[in-house]
Design a protein around this ligand. Structure first.
Ligand code: ISE
Length: 337
């Protein structure tokens, strides 16, 4: 393809608007030609700031707009299945924000529809796979230099949670990142999930069981523990330490710059993921655009989205029953091998 890739962005909340800005300003070889959102004022305002971009309140109309070659789905998770099936009906390449869908049954329907198309169309927005620190950890683990990984100790902290956040979303919306990162870093499936819940923090909104400790068991015998704390108050922190047989490696300490003054030392903690993972999001979208223009699909697949949804479903069961929950996965279809 010689001209820029024409993209329809579906959903223009925090993440969608950030992607629109990114495609407009930071990514080469692409332009936003259509944006869709249920909030007519918001979407109109956003489109008015992008040359050649039209606003829609209906995602189907946005995908059918002139000049659309590909779709970026950034609407809330429950709206993803319908948007994905619509994109498949038009055989359009898709970058779909995580989670692929909120449960394994709907993720399976997406997986089946993509297999009926006969070729991969979806890259799932697990952006940590494009983060420089995660990429370094991945190549260290793949090199085998430190032996086999035994533990991943993960911390995932948000300064505060949005008003619509539910206890299940701690797993489905937040820990889903560690689920994908662990599957990718270890190249293993997750087989069981347990969840422990201390008393809720007094900073947690009424009814939200925050924080929690999530334990993932893997097919290769590693253990992953995740502290998820979405109202920690002090900032956005994502850390991961891999403990291997002959060494350990930690990322996410945020020591890019350490200051020393007036008898103290310190640094800055980003306040949210749009800032902490800005480079990863840029790289993810640029790679998607480049691959799409060359007629290729790469990155996390619908299979990865389905596997993450199945693990999260077990996680929610473990959260609600207090018991260890096994993960049920179908066999890996040929399209994703
Ligand atoms: C949000 O949707 C994200 O994807 C962030 O990376 C995560 O830290 C946050 O907890 C989620 O709600």
């Amino acid at each position: 393809m010689n001209r820029p890739l024409g993209i329809a962005v579906i959903g223009t909340g925090k993440m969608g608007a950030d992607h629109v800005r990114r495609i407009d300003r930071a990514v080469s070889g692409a332009r936003v030609v259509a944006v869709a959102d249920l909030d007519a004022e918001r979407v109109k305002d956003l489109a008015s700031r992008i040359e050649g971009c039209t606003a829609y309140t209906d995602p189907v109309a946005a995908m059918a707009a002139p000049g659309v070659d590909a779709v970026l789905i950034a609407s809330p998770g429950p709206a993803h299945e319908a948007a994905l099936l619509e994109a498949f009906a038009r055989d359009l390449p898709v970058l779909c924000e995580k989670p692929l869908t909120p449960d394994s049954a709907s993720a399976l329907r997406v997986l089946e529809a993509e297999q009926r198309l006969g070729h991969r169309r979806v890259q799932v927005g697990f952006m940590r796979r494009y983060d420089a620190e995660y990429l370094r950890l991945k190549s260290l683990l793949d090199s085998g230099e430190f032996g086999r990984p035994l533990f991943l100790h993960c911390r995932h902290r948000n300064a505060s949670s949005p008003s619509f956040f539910t206890t299940r979303m701690l797993i489905n919306d937040s820990v889903v990142h560690e689920v994908d990162a662990a599957r990718w870093l270890l190249a293993q499936e997750i087989t069981a999930v347990s969840v422990l819940r201390p008393m809720p923090s007094s900073a947690a909104p009424e009814g939200l069981r925050d924080p929690q400790l999530v334990l993932l068991e893997t097919s290769g015998g590693a253990i992953v523990d995740v502290e998820i704390f979405v109202n920690c108050g002090f900032g956005y922190q994502v850390q991961c330490e891999a403990v291997c047989e002959a060494g350990s490696a930690r990322i996410g300490d945020g020591h890019a710059m350490v200051t020393q003054a007036a008898g103290r030392w310190g640094g800055e903690i980003p306040q949210d993921y749009v800032v902490r993972f800005a480079d990863a999001y840029d790289r993810q979208v640029q790679r998607w655009v480049d691959a799409t223009r060359q007629g290729r699909v790469e990155g996390p697949s619908s299979w990865d989205g389905y596997a993450a949804a199945a693990v999260c479903e077990a996680g929610v069961r473990a959260q609600e029953t207090g018991a260890r929950a096994s993960v049920e996965l179908i066999g890996l279809p040929a399209l994703y091998r």
